[in-house]
Write a protein that binds this ligand. Structure first.
Ligand code: TMP
Length: 240
């Protein structure tokens, strides 16, 4: 599939048109940002890892009944995806307290929840992606009631499948962020990416952080952590 005009450049990816109006090419960059773009940096090799990890996990999720935008990995950094209109919600699932949950509610990190939580942020950089509930999402007409039900069902299913997969790789899935999109026929599919940029992944034995928190919090060893989590995935993904 030939790469056409660049349609969009985000913080971590670029998006290109193709000759097929229903398909796009995403290209993963090594650029990293945090705190709504305030902190900027580069994580050498991140684009390749996020591209391959996201594709491998989406392929697995498709097999388990979660529809995704994934079509075909084109090369190390580029993937052919179905064109969607993104539902402007960041859907966050948490299994263990960390990050903004720990900060907002005044608890330590590492508390294991009895059941996963779900929350929504309004995807709007100018407003700093404010936390909203389902009623706000409906009032703002970001999605229909039926779409929100579908998104919640898929998000919890993704959590069950990812939790199981990472556990088998010696990794604890703490929390993650998903984005969904609508195909031209209105069908909801999982879009964006699933990577160490969008998940918190802790080594089950040592608690070592193997995700973007190493960059956000200046913990060092960022590149090594991305390589290590990718190695873990590659050892287990064939059987998954
Ligand atoms: P949080 O604890 O900072 O709210 O983050 C929850 C999860 O969402 C965590 O796995 C990191 C991910 N995340 C993103 O993918 N993009 C973002 O812009 C933010 C703030 C978090």
């Amino acid at each position: 599939m030939k790469k056409g005009a660049q349609l969009y450049e985000g913080k971590a990816k670029k998006v290109y048109a193709t000759e097929d109006p229903e398909l796009l090419i995403v290209s993963y960059k090594d650029d990293a940002t945090a705190f709504n773009g305030l902190k900027r940096g580069t994580i050498e090799g991140k684009g390749v890892i996020n591209n391959k990890m996201s594709n491998a996990l989406m392929r697995m999720l498709e097999k388990r009944g979660v529809p995704t935008h994934f079509v075909e990995e084109l090369n190390d950094r580029e993937t052919l995806v179905k064109k969607v209109s993104i539902v402007p919600l960041e859907v966050i699932i948490r299994n263990i307290s960390a990050g903004s949950f720990a900060k907002n509610y005044g608890v330590e990190e590492g508390i294991v929840f009895d059941a996963p939580t779900i929350e929504f942020s309004y995807k709007n950089d100018a407003l700093g992606d404010p936390l909203i509930n389902e009623y706000h999402a409906l009032a703002l007409k970001l999605a229909t009631p039926k779409e929100i039900e579908t998104i919640k069902r898929y998000a919890f299913k993704v959590n069950e499948e990812l939790k199981k997969f990472w556990l088998s790789s010696g990794v604890t899935l703490v929390d993650f962020k998903l984005e969904f999109g609508r195909l031209s026929d209105g069908k909801i599919v999982l879009a964006d990416e699933i990577s160490p940029d969008t998940c918190r992944l802790w080594d089950s034995a040592t608690g070592k952080k193997l995700d973007k928190d190493r960059f956000r919090r200046d913990l060092g060893g960022v590149e090594d952590a991305y390589r290590e989590i990718m190695d873990r995935l590659e050892k287990n993904i064939e059987e998954a």
